[in-house]
Design a protein around this ligand. Structure first.
Ligand SMILES: [Zn+2]
Length: 194
């Protein structure tokens, strides 16, 4: 049986993260340690268009969409656990995501797999805006170009001010509220306001 077919069977034809049945696709869980990612069902998950788009383009992340992880993180399938752990870690400036992450238990091998993508230097790298100015929690920034927020279905216009930003575990990204929706923004498209 092909990987896709095995995944469809395993998931009952539903996204393994949010249960949507919309445009499902196999996705090889990225790994730095296993070159065989995606070649078997064990290293793949079945994702809907919405989840996949946000995972491949983190700048389009719709934070609230990932509340679906409160159910899917209890999956018995390690590949799904790894995806849930990584998404929650990425959103860990959200208190609900932090709470879920504390409840999520992975066995040693699965946790190692989940962490295998983390870069060792991340902690020391400051988050900087388009001019190289260091950004901090609580700063106000301005968008320097129009950004399509796919997950939330609107375009954040150039010149929009985003107040009270929050840094993320990824130094290239911050979180902030645009049009009332909390989204992830790429720091390189922002300018710090004074
Ligand atoms: Zn989904």
């Amino acid at each position: 049986m092909k990987v896709d077919q095995m995944l469809v069977q395993r998931s009952n034809s539903a996204c393994e993260l949010c249960s949507s049945e919309n445009k499902l696709q196999a996705f090889g869980v990225p790994s730095n340690t296993s070159p065989n990612s995606g070649q078997s069902a064990d290293t793949s998950v079945l994702l809907c268009e919405h989840c996949l788009g946000q995972i491949e383009n983190p700048e389009t992340t719709d934070v609230n969409h990932w509340r679906c992880l409160k159910d899917s993180m209890w999956s018995q399938i390690p590949a799904v656990q790894v995806m849930a752990w990584r998404q929650l870690t990425q959103l860990s400036s959200e208190s609900w995501a932090q709470d879920l992450l504390e409840m999520l238990y992975l066995d040693d091998d699965t946790l190692e797999w989940a962490k295998s993508l983390e870069k060792e230097t991340d902690e020391e790298t400051p988050t900087t805006d388009s001019n190289g100015a260091t950004l901090n929690d609580g700063d106000t920034v301005t968008l320097i170009k129009d950004l399509v927020v796919k997950g939330a279905g609107f375009t954040a216009k150039r010149g929009t001010a985003v107040r009270n930003i929050a840094l993320t575990t990824n130094p290239t990204q911050i979180e902030g509220k645009v049009n009332g929706t909390r989204i992830v923004l790429l720091a390189e498209f922002l300018k710090k306001s004074n």
